[in-house]
Structures are given as C-alpha cells and as structure tokens.
Design a binder for this molecule. Sequence first.
Ligand code: GTP
Ligand code: MG
Length: 279
Amino acid sequence: MCGTCGCGEENKITYRKAGEKEKLNLEHAHSHSHGNEEYTHDHHHGHLHDHFHEHDHNHATGHATIIPLERNILSKNDLLAERNRGFFEGRNIKAYNLVSSPGSGKTSILERTIREKGTELNCFVIEGDQQTMNDANRIKAAGAPAIQINTGTGCHLDASMVYNAVKALDVSSDSILFIENVGNLVCPSMFDLGESKRVVIISVTEGDDKPAKYPDMFQSSHLCLINKIDLLPYVDFSVENAKETALRVNHHLEFIELSAKTGEGMDKWYQWLANIKTS
Ligand SMILES: Nc1nc2c(ncn2[C@@H]2O[C@H](COP(=O)(O)OP(=O)(O)OP(=O)(O)O)[C@@H](O)[C@H]2O)c(=O)[nH]1
Ligand SMILES: [Mg+2]
C-alpha cells in the first residue's frame, strides 16, 4: 500500500507494450510473467518495507508516525524523479506529465497531437490507468509507441514506474515523452516523475471551480489546457472564472483553450510544444 495516500493495496503493477507480444524485460523488478506480453512486479514491496516496520514499531504511539512516513516515501520518490530528470536531460527527451480528473480528454488530446504532429515531434507515450490497455491501444492506433502501466488499486504514477516504463519502451533521444497519469486531481500532484513540465487538463464539463477545490495540482503545473471548448455553449463554465481561480493558486500558470474534438486551439498547443522543445 502506498503510505502517502493509502492506494496500491495489492502492490501489483503491470507494464504492457501496446501491440507487442514479448515479455518486457525490466531490470530491478521482482517479477513473474502473466502470459506473453504482461509483466508484473511487486512495486512497493522494497520501498515500503521499512515504513511498515516503522509503523508497526510505533503502533502504540498512535498516528504520530504518519507524517514522517509520508515524507520518507515522497523523498525517495523525489530522488528517483531526479534520476529520471537527469536521464531525460542527457538525451534531450522532453517529458510532459499530463494530469487531470478522469475523462477530461488527455488521451483524445494525445491522439490528435500524434495524428497531426507525431512524426515531427517524435512522440513516445506512457499511459497510466488502474486497469485496461485501452489508452495505450488508442495511442498506438494514432501512430506512436506506447506502454500501458496498470496500477491496480494505485491512484497515481510514481517515478519508479516511469523509470521502468521508459526502459521497456526504449524511448529514443531528441524526442517527446508524454506521460498520461492516472485520472485523479489529488494524489498525482504529490509525485514528481522527473518531468520537464506538468500539464493539467480541465474540461468545460467539470465546472470552473476545480482550481479552487484542487489547488495543489494547479499550483504544481506549468500549463493548463482547457479542453472541450466545443461544449461551451451547452454548459455553465466561465473560462474567465477558471483562469482567475487558477491564477490565484499559481500566478505563473499558462493557459490554452482547445478542443480535441474539433481541433480548435490545437495549433497553440503545438506551438507551446515546439517552443519548449527548442528551449
Ligand atoms: N465534446 C468533446 N468531447 C471530448 C473532447 N475531448 C475528449 N472528449 C470526449 O471525452 C471522453 C473522455 O476522453 P478521454 O480522452 O478518454 O479522456 P481521458 O482524460 O484520457 O480519460 P481517462 O484516461 O479515463 O482519465 C471521450 O468520450 C472523448 O471523446 C473534446 O474536446 N470535446
Ligand atoms: Mg486516458
């Protein structure tokens, strides 16, 4: 179980490449294979052994150990994230961590980006979901190599999962790596993956108060994509209110309004990616 947010009870993480049959060879993972294309490892076991031990030891003292345990887990994650960041920088891989609530359109934005700019941008994709290969298969159909991480009961990706996935996916130098996090506006905000930039997506069907309700995610992001603007005539969503609220928690946040469905605004997103890629 993740001691930070309580997720990941079964400790089973799987990594499966979209459309490929071979067993993935992930170093450092305690593993057993399930069929030809799936690889499972007991991700948190090593990490958390000490924490469980510490927790047991201090049981009589009540909850006082929870905060140090959280810090310990997050600082271990931060170390691994820095390792990822060094790996990415050394190979000129621009990594984007895409975070949002479920269904805001992360995969749809990626599909359209890959169809329209995939070759130019040299894209690779890591997909994080609790279950199913759906998103990795959608990305592969759009034309980019993808690996699916299924987190089981886990509600976020962490730096170690990304490290394993990057190795299995064989991400090439001078590329863009999109990491679609598990749909959740809370826990993924705490876990640095070593990304170059964090991109938070909200869709106009979610309500314009989300930045106020989930400030950590907006505070830790560089860019906010406001998706599904084709639906604006049908919903009570004020783009102005959403931006104002988000700027109150993070005055550096940039915004792009777009629709993955109609393509409106996608050119601004491509421009942002191009600027970042050459910076
Ligand atoms: N009208 C409209 N629908 C959209 C748009 N973008 C995505 N959708 C729809 O929203 C639904 C969810 O889209 P996904 O791309 O699967 O969302 P997601 O954020 O990847 O979802 P999870 O991975 O489950 O968190 C789908 O039915 C999409 O067709 C958009 O710009 N406009
Ligand atoms: Mg998705």
